[in-house]
Write a protein that binds this ligand. Structure first.
Ligand code: ZN
Length: 81
């Protein structure tokens, strides 16, 4: 059961796709691939409640630096100018 039939922003058609989501918790970032309904018109992404809950869990872990189960993926740098 989908939450939306059409895009709630523009009314465009939603297509289920695998997308890459960037998550941030504190100074830490993680990316993950998830299924989302993506609007073919404006690009709005809609996630299921289960997926949103998963994002929140990961963000909390990032914030607490509980990242041992995540695979390292390069480093982040802060450029000061
Ligand atoms: Zn849209």
């Amino acid at each position: 059961m989908k939450a939306f039939d059409k895009c709630p922003v523009c009314g465009g058609e939603l297509i289920e796709k695998e997308v890459e989501k960037l998550l941030r918790g504190g100074d830490n970032f993680a990316t993950m691939k998830v299924r989302a309904d993506v609007c073919s018109h404006c690009g709005e992404r809609l996630y299921s409640r289960k997926t949103i809950h998963l994002f929140e869990t990961i963000q909390t872990k990032l914030e607490k630096r509980e990242t041992s189960e995540f695979k390292p993926l390069g480093q982040s740098f802060l450029v000061q100018n």
